[in-house]
Design a protein around this ligand. Structure first.
Ligand code: ASP
Length: 361
């Protein structure tokens, strides 16, 4: 009997997972095609050919124990493989467009990229898609997959299996045996294989002897009409408050052409409120139509409305984003500012929980 096939599209953008040492002994993306060729030749990643897919563009994952379905996958690589430190809006748009265009052709999607900006990509994609009805799993590794000791094999194979077989409908990060909501992640460790953390939201699943998914938490599409909003480039700044911050830096972060600001404040949303010039610069920016959102510098917890030291911000209309991560706040602003809607509507969208990125009180 012919096996039931699950198809995955793998978008390979670069990152350590496919890197090799260059002539300077630095890790850099391997030559074009090398990643796919290595996987093709490795029986761990490419097993027997299945039915019509003999000799096709697809690779076949060896059979998974106790699973009748077989996973086949196609790798589509970015024209230029990059370190994720170089990724930005044009890359997010390209990835999102490829997923959108092929949304009917595959059972799930895996995005391979570097870890440095993985949380930004995961957050950005989560906002760009509305009513996503497939799993988009973003992964990579801390050691190249070509090395004898690497987390790449584990992360990649788990991602393929989850994208193909687990019926997810949101953008997730799979890393270090965890399945996490993408827009809740932060990179917390550049030494460990457990690099990602979801500080304010429990994992969506765990990858151990069994893969377990907490389906109660998975976001489901509200309609069958999957929509994509591409992003356009806007000047958005991060203003991370430090004690004794120079006024010139504050002014530069708020002046034209800036249209959006992520204010990363102390603790539960506080700033040095005795610094009247700081408040004045923030107020003039808001009067000019700049959207300013407030999130905490703490790894866990929320900005609240509890302290006198945040009263000035609240009074002038800074938007408090609860327990959102800085990465999600930044990419949410990129998304909302790409919409053709009024500033008031943009502010309302910023306050609203769009894709599970913040906990509503
Ligand atoms: N610098 C690398 C990148 O983000 C790190 C990694 O892949 O983990 O592309």
């Amino acid at each position: 009997m012919a096996p039931i096939l699950s198809k995955v599209l793998v978008l390979y953008t670069g990152g350590t997972i496919g890197m090799k040492l260059n002539e300077n002994n630095d890790l850099a993306p391997a030559e074009s095609g090398q990643f796919e060729n290595s996987l093709r030749a490795d029986p761990n990643f490419n097993g027997d050919s299945i039915g019509d897919y003999v000799g096709s563009d697809f690779l076949s994952l060896p059979a998974v124990t106790n699973e009748r379905r077989r996973i086949i996958y196609k790798i589509k690589q970015h024209d230029k493989l990059i370190d994720s430190s170089n990724m930005g809006i044009s890359d997010w748009n390209l990835i999102a467009k490829r997923i959108y265009d092929h949304r009917g052709d595959y059972d799930g999607f895996v995005v391979l990229q570097g870890t440095d900006t993985m949380s930004y990509t995961a957050s950005a994609l989560s906002f760009m898609f509305e009513n996503l009805n497939k799993g988009v799993i973003i992964t990579g590794s801390q050691k190249p997959i070509f090395e004898t000791r690497s987390d790449g094999k584990e992360n990649f194979i788990s991602s393929l299996i989850i994208a193909a077989l687990y019926g997810l409908t949101e953008v997730c990060v799979v890393f270090g045996n965890k399945l996490l909501r993408g827009n809740r992640t932060v990179k917390i460790n550049c030494d460990s294989f457990a690099s990602f953390y979801s500080p304010n939201f429990p994992p969506l699943g765990s990858i151990g002897v069994q893969i377990k998914v907490d389906y109660q938490r998975v976001i489901r599409p509200k309609s069958s009409d999957c929509l994509l909003t591409e992003m356009n480039t806007k000047t958005i700044c991060l203003l991370r408050i430090v004690p004794e911050m120079p006024e010139t830096q504050i002014r530069a972060a708020l002046e034209e052409p800036v249209v959006g600001v992520v204010l990363q404040s102390f603790g539960a949303g506080n700033i040095p409120s005795d610094r009247k010039e700081l408040l004045n610069h923030l107020k003039s920016a808001i009067d000019r139509g700049v959207i300013i959102v407030n999130c905490t510098q703490c790894l866990r917890g929320s900005v609240t409305e509890d302290y006198d030291a945040s009263a000035g911000l609240r009074g002038m209309g800074v938007i408090f984003l609860g327990d959102i991560t800085m990465e999600a706040a930044y990419t949410k602003l990129c998304h909302v500012l790409s919409k053709d809607i009024s500033v008031e509507k943009m502010k309302m969208m910023m306050r609203t929980n769009l894709r599970g990125e913040l906990t509503e009180n």
